[in-house]
Write a protein that binds this ligand. Structure first.
Ligand code: COA
Length: 147
């Protein structure tokens, strides 16, 4: 997928190696390298990277079981937030799920992550559950979208 100078493609191990030194600093408090690597190699998971002029500016992943995808993460590089990249990644994930004839996308998000909640609602995700105190200082909100 290409939009302006953004491109989204399957995440390769080489991509992870390129960002691994600064995963936490540039992206967020995040999975460690080995967890991430095993996810990339998991045949039931699909990860995508978004690049701008060859720089990795975001990534997102899903795990697929039967006809349902679970969004495991969607993260934009800190300096590149609020420029439409999260939009592009989520749109890409949804189109990918449609192309695989999946029927549902689930995700969980912290109740204090207003930005991500806004993003998911914008794409038609509906809240279907609330895991009280799932995180240290917040609930885990369960959202779903039928496709
Ligand atoms: C959530 C995240 C991926 C959004 O990516 P982004 O590239 O900044 O988002 P975009 O610029 O594409 O904006 C998409 C939508 O997100 C919401 N949003 C983005 N920035 C926002 C802000 N500062 N305040 C409120 N809503 C915001 C809006 O709904 C926006 O749509 P709009 O521009 O039409 O209003 C990014 O903030 C991020 O990486 N956060 C840390 C990781 C994280 O929390 N991931 C979600 C885990 S469940």
């Amino acid at each position: 997928m290409e939009q302006n100078d953004l491109s989204i493609s399957i995440m390769e191990l080489e991509d992870l190696n390129q960002i691994s030194d600064n995963l936490e600093k540039n992206f967020d408090d995040f999975w460690n390298y080995n967890v991430f690597k095993s996810e990339i190699e998991n045949p039931n998971s699909k990860y995508f990277v978004c690049k701008q002029n060859n720089e990795i500016v975001g990534f997102a992943g899903i795990s697929i079981i039967l006809d349902t995808a679970d969004i495991t993460n969607i993260v934009v590089k800190k300096d590149f937030r609020n420029k439409g990249i999260g939009n592009a990644l989520l749109n890409y994930l949804i189109e990918f799920c449609k192309s695989k004839n999946l029927s549902k996308i689930n995700l969980e998000v912290s109740s204090n992550n207003d930005i991500a909640i806004n993003l998911y609602k914008k794409f038609g995700f509906k809240q279907v559950g609330n895991r009280k105190n799932y995180y240290q200082n917040s609930d885990g909100l369960l959202f779903t979208k039928t496709i």
